[in-house]
Ligand binder design. Structure first.
Ligand code: SAH
Length: 450
């Protein structure tokens, strides 16, 4: 029986789904923080989880030669970068091994190709969220949530952020202190400033700042805006978001534009895109283009197709293929994103792309009932994956090809097992590293009708 606070010697067998090193002790699973496969370590057990234990390394007997020193100050506490201690090329091998394991676990016969990595795996995030809180001396601080906790870890800069974003966050904290704006206190559910969300167009360099506040009444609003713009004239729009609920969800439903148009524009795959605060937009611009080029290559289009872009967000994939096909239909449940997608089609003079606000499954079932035809379906569902009703309806429509893009290969594999029963099979998985230094990976699979 494994005991909390006890030290044990273990060997790390593989990288677990959560980015921890996985070890076994008797019949128990131990998730060892910042451990790499093949390391032998003494580990102190710190926590019990439903599916095992968490441990921290106290000593190494054998170190992995790919281990590197992380240059992040808060790396040990912040729960974002699970692989900063690992050489980048080795991160890619570990992610490939992880995807191989998920494929094997689902008994699919898919070849897993090497993960396509990034040239410069830092400062790639075009979206940043930072939280505010009051420290012990009642001073406003900014930071990120500690892993598995509601404690916020103070931060100065992040290796994954664009430097300019961190400068803006610093300025916001300074202005808020000067104006005596109260940071949010989660325990008491009091205070005003909760978070700030920033978005930057990688190509356009346009910047959106979204302070998330507990109420619409923003004391010193005009001064806040003018001071922030004075410090950062590069900001193109400021949107106040109101979130007064007791929740860990960052954004509330209500918004008010304080400066600029309330949107930023960016160029992706040669197309202009308007992006709102709440719309989904891939956080890694460079790798997103790699991914979309792969989707285009896989589809091998002849120009006469009608393509469905399911879970289309602001239409980025659909508009990337629109110039290569007869027609694109996009379906997405987030109203603001659909609004952006329709605007983006017009902005790029694409008259052959239509976007519909609907639940993807509902849309698909109706399309099947109406005997509509799509030559190809591109689907890019959220982390939870798709559902059986969507896939059943999709199979009824009989597209020749389905390109399934996923940010969680585990749910993708689950769905591919069901697609196989419906007569759709793939040959290979192409993983693309959209999230360097974290344990996440994006995968793309082409399915064809048997
Ligand atoms: N393809 C887009 C967005 C992918 S993220 C891109 O690459 O940018 C997944 C999208 O699915 C999100 O925009 C989310 O709002 C949407 N979504 C989630 N559940 C949905 C559902 N049931 N029906 C339609 N869209 C859904």
């Amino acid at each position: 029986m494994v005991k909390i606070n006890q030290i044990y010697q273990v060997e790390i067998i593989s990288l677990a789904d959560n980015g921890y090193g996985l070890a076994r002790l008797h019949n128990d699973v131990i998730y060892v923080k910042q451990a790499l496969p093949q390391e032998h370590v003494s580990v102190k057990i710190t926590k019990r989880l439903q599916r095992g234990y968490v441990g921290e390394i106290v000593k190494w007997q054998v170190r992995d030669p790919h281990r590197v020193k992380s240059s992040c100050d808060i790396y040990h506490h912040c729960g974002s970068c699970h692989l900063l201690h690992c050489e980048y090329s080795h991160q890619l091998s570990l992610k490939q091994a992880m995807v191989k394991k998920w494929v094997k676990d689902s008994s699919l016969s898919l070849k897993v190709l090497p993960v396509i990595g990034m040239r410069e795996p830092y400062q790639y995030r075009n979206k940043v969220i930072v939280s505010f809180y009051k420290d012990r001396n009642s001073k406003l601080q900014k930071g990120f949530y500690e892993e598995f906790s509601h404690r916020i870890i103070p931060y100065q800069s992040c290796l994954l952020h664009d430097e300019m974003m961190d400068d803006i966050v610093n300025s916001i904290a300074l202005i808020a202190k000067k104006q005596r704006i109260e940071p949010y206190d989660e325990r008491r559910h009091s205070g005003f400033l909760r978070h700030v969300l920033l978005r930057k167009g990688r190509v356009s360099k346009e910047i959106m700042v979204v302070p998330v506040c507990t109420s619409e009444q923003f004391p010193g609003r005009k001064k806040f805006v003018s001071e922030l713009l004075k410090a950062h004239p590069e900001i193109t729009t400021i949107v106040q978001n109101v979130n007064g609920r007791k929740t860990s969800v960052v954004l509330g439903s209500q918004e008010r534009v304080l400066y600029g148009s309330g949107k930023i524009e960016d160029v992706l795959m040669g197309n202009r895109h308007q992006i709102s605060s709440k719309s989904f937009y891939q956080i890694n611009h460079e790798q997103c283009e790699v991914l979309y080029h792969k989707a285009l290559d896989l589809l091998n289009l002849n120009g006469n197709e009608t393509v469905l872009d399911a879970y289309c967000g602001i239409g980025t994939i659909g508009l990337s293929v629109a110039n290569h096909v007869k027609q694109v239909i996009g379906v997405e449940s987030n109203q603001q994103a659909v609004h952006d997608a329709i605007g983006n089609a017009a902005l790029n003079h694409m008259t052959n792309a239509r976007f519909i606000c609907d639940d993807a499954t509902h849309f698909m079932e109706q399309a099947a009932a109406q005997k509509r035809h799509f030559d190809a379906v591109i689907m890019d569902p959220p982390r939870s994956g798709s559902d059986k009703e969507f896939m059943r309806a999709c199979a009824k429509i009989q597209p020749k090809q389905i390109v399934y893009i996923s940010c969680d290969p585990r749910t993708q594999m689950r769905d591919l097992v069901f697609f196989k029963k419906l007569g759709y099979e793939g040959k290979e998985v192409i993983p693309v590293d959209l999230f360097p230094n974290t344990n996440h990976v994006e995968t793309i699979v082409l399915l064809s009708r048997k």
